[in-house]
Design a protein around this ligand. Structure first.
Ligand SMILES: Cc1cc2nc3c(=O)[nH]c(=O)nc-3n(C[C@H](O)[C@H](O)[C@H](O)COP(=O)(O)OP(=O)(O)OC[C@H]3O[C@@H](n4cnc5c(N)ncnc54)[C@H](O)[C@@H]3O)c2cc1C
Length: 387
């Protein structure tokens, strides 16, 4: 890449949604864009591939859902979709029951008169409301509702949350617990967004179409840290030469500075895939195991993608794990705490002197982004850059 005219050149680090959308937008506006991606493939965490013939998500199951029409229309330029409404079951007390916990879950787990009584009480206690936080139930003055709250808290939340975050539930931010509500009705969809779809051919072809542009080059197996240098006087060097175009970084900010101020904490996952010679392994695409097992959930991929594959199926067990930088583990979930966000801010202050360095995406902004939010953030950043 020539460094002149620099304003029309850009470097993007990472080929997940944050990086790929920014790259495509800049390319569509005339920029020559170089993407540096340290994995062997594009697609970030959305990468999917045929495993023993079954379309499988290498970094855990990804379901597209959004209320953002603009994001949906944008992605629809690169894929056709198949409708898919995600429904999750939980294995609780030896039964499969809907998650989020709803009236049907109650009917599966309680004698019918008790379930009917609770249904009536809940409907009267929360008129016009279709969802409620489990903590609201626990603190309800009606002892029957509070007891139900405690049952759900104990059987659906406590152990799952402790496994997922590696800490007792009392230490987990309540916003995390409130992410999965209790449903006051029979709506058993896991997400409520009006748009719930899977890309017809998978996520990887969507990314291939997005990055198929004459102005975009992608360098795989390339850790950006081997190509970019941040100088003390606020310049960014690309392969030793000053680079003045925008550099969009979608990786972890602490790793860009070799964790100089300390490592940002993340949760990771050990992913255990298995191919089975059977038509079907479980009654839903995802079954949560909140209690006894070490894993949190099992995904059966062909039930997500609707793929017909008689006689064979691929499943994935997810074991939460502590993230250790530079060990080959993946940083999946930022850990919400005052200290972690304060450390993140200190990194951002370190980067303030680099006027052409931009942070975008789940790792770079240190926040849990769903795919649609990552795409939206990338569209907003690109709109600023091409002004
Ligand atoms: C297990 C799991 C399940 C999820 N399920 C869903 C779901 O069902 N629905 C949903 O909407 N969202 C889901 N998400 C969230 C989704 O993965 C994120 O929204 C999405 O990954 C954000 O895209 P991104 O580009 O910010 O990050 P990423 O997809 O992580 O992409 C970042 C890219 O940058 C690269 N990179 C990092 N550092 C460097 C470097 N130094 N040099 C070069 N390259 C680098 C990485 O290799 C990676 O490819 C899930 C997340 C996880 C962890």
């Amino acid at each position: 890449m020539q460094n002149s005219p620099a304003a029309r050149q850009a470097v993007v680090v990472g080929a997940g949604f944050a990086g790929a959308v920014t790259a495509r937008e800049l390319a569509d506006h005339g920029y020559q864009v170089k993407i540096l991606e340290h994995r062997a493939q594009i697609g970030g965490n959305m990468y999917d591939y045929p495993r023993d013939g079954v379309l499988t998500h290498l970094y855990g199951p990804h379901i597209f859902h959004t209320g953002n029409q603009k994001v949906f229309e944008y992605l629809s330029r690169f894929t056709r979709w198949v409708p898919y409404e995600h429904r999750v079951l939980g294995r609780i007390k030896g039964k499969y029951v809907p998650i989020p916990f709803n009236f049907r879950s109650m009917e599966e787990l309680f004698p019918s008169e008790e379930a009917a009584m609770l249904r009536e009480k809940l409907t009267a206690a929360y008129p016009g409301q279709d969802r409620v936080s489990v903590l609201d139930l626990v603190h309800n003055p009606d002892p029957d509702i509070a007891r139900l709250g405690e049952f759900v808290f104990e059987n659906v939340f406590v152990h799952y949350t402790a496994k997922q975050w590696g800490m007792p539930v009392e230490q987990v931010d309540t916003s995390v617990i409130n992410r999965v509500p209790v449903v006051l009705g029979y709506d058993d969809r896991y997400f409520r967004d009006p748009i719930q779809m899977m890309p017809e051919q998978g996520f990887t072809p969507l990314f291939e179409a997005m990055l198929d542009h004459e102005n975009i080059t992608v360098e795989l197996d390339t850790d950006a840290r081997s190509r970019l240098t941040l100088t003390e006087d606020g310049r960014i060097l690309l392969d030793g030469e000053t680079f003045t175009g925008p550099v969009i970084y979608t990786g972890a900010p602490d790793e860009l500075l070799d964790c100089r101020l300390g490592a940002l904490p993340y949760r990771s996952l050990r992913l255990d895939f298995e191919t089975l010679e059977t038509d079907s392994f479980q009654p839903a695409s995802v079954v949560n195991y909140p209690n006894e097992e070490d894993f949190t959930r099992i995904t059966e991929f062909k039930k997500l993608t609707g793929q017909a594959m008689p006689g064979r199926t691929v499943i994935l067990r997810e074991y939460p794990a502590k993230y250790q930088p530079n060990t080959g583990m993946e940083a999946y979930y930022p850990i919400d705490s005052e200290e972690s966000h304060a450390l993140y801010q200190r990194y951002r202050e370190e980067f303030a002197r680099y006027g052409n360095l931009y942070f975008c995406g789940r790792l770079a902004e240190y926040r849990y982004y769903n795919m649609d939010a990552a795409v939206d953030a990338a569209l907003r950043l690109s709109a600023e850059l091409v002004k």
